[in-house]
Write a protein that binds this ligand. Sequence first.
Ligand SMILES: Cc1cc2nc3c(=O)[nH]c(=O)nc-3n(C[C@H](O)[C@H](O)[C@H](O)COP(=O)(O)OP(=O)(O)OC[C@H]3O[C@@H](n4cnc5c(N)ncnc54)[C@H](O)[C@@H]3O)c2cc1C
Length: 322
Amino acid sequence: MNFQFSISNFQKNVPLNNHTTFKIGGPAKYFFAAKTKEDIIQAINWAKKNDLPFFILGGGSNMVVSDKGFNGLVIKIQTTNYKLQAARLHAEAGVLIETLVRETGKLGLSGFEWAGGLPGTLGGAIRGNAGAFGGEIKDNIIEVEALDNKGRIRKFSKKQCRFSYRDSIFKDKNWIILSAIFVFKNGDGEKIKEAAREHINYRKERHPLEYPSAGSVFKNCDLKDVPINIRNFFKDVVKTDPFPVVPAAAIIARAGLKGLRAGGAEVSEKHPNYIVNKDNARAVDVLKLIKMVKKKVKENFGIKLEEEIQLLGFSSNNLLTK
Ligand SMILES: Cc1cc2nc3c(=O)[nH]c(=O)nc-3n(C[C@H](O)[C@H](O)[C@H](O)COP(=O)(O)OP(=O)(O)OC[C@H]3O[C@@H](n4cnc5c(N)ncnc54)[C@H](O)[C@@H]3O)c2cc1C
């Protein structure tokens, strides 16, 4: 091992359940909280030099981590600088979305209202082009700064980010987001704050926030991918967000899978696209439920559900999609 990049900064055998909103996951062999861009780069270089797999973790709000944990280095992005000036925001990847919703609201800047109640960091949101209530993180982006596989820092215009539904070039290529620039519209501060609050309250009422989870497990289903003979059955729930989709929650509910359990994990009754950690669930329980839901939905409706959540620490034959 090369100890030049102070390995003393790395913690060993850190339980990852404390770093995921699901509260599930075994230990990371090494764990490092990166507070600056240089920290991120150095930690990655260290891992590469030492032939150690590494994983970039944001808020852990979209993750299922294996019960066995991760036999490598987890780099938790904790870069939290941001600057808001003249309707522009320049923020590092580790800034919490919650902070940005609050601070833009205070300044009467419109653009992040949709993200009221969205957990996680800016980097995680950009990678998966997070979205809700008709908005997506891409909407106000001007530029993203990222690290490519060759260790080059590159700037990407919005177009070059190739955003699509829960996808981006950063997800496709496994590139690391360092920071991003956004532009907002000036608006009425009170109205902006109220809109964000409404979304937070909607989530409290409709989503099972009383239990640990990773949010929606599956992507909503593109109406085009729903077999023609079954489309009528879902006619009443089709919504356009960001294009005509059948919500995965409605598909799972109509397959009769609300409340389905495996170990301590359960398909939420309140919002069936959530799997909740009801009673010390393990990752194997969650994976089992995901497989059961996919199988039943395919059998009942011929619909192939696709995961929105990300997996860490599973061997390739445990992986659900691909
Ligand atoms: C209660 C709840 C509600 C949710 N509601 C929504 C919703 O309405 N809409 C929605 O889209 N999502 C939702 N989610 C999912 C989740 O909050 C988002 O996907 C969020 O953007 C993930 O950010 P994160 O920082 O937590 O990422 P993590 O979970 O830490 O990581 C997710 C993926 O992003 C990668 N990643 C993280 N940071 C970086 C970076 N800087 N550079 C490159 N890759 C990175 C990780 O390697 C991983 O593959 C919800 C989750 C919960 C728990």
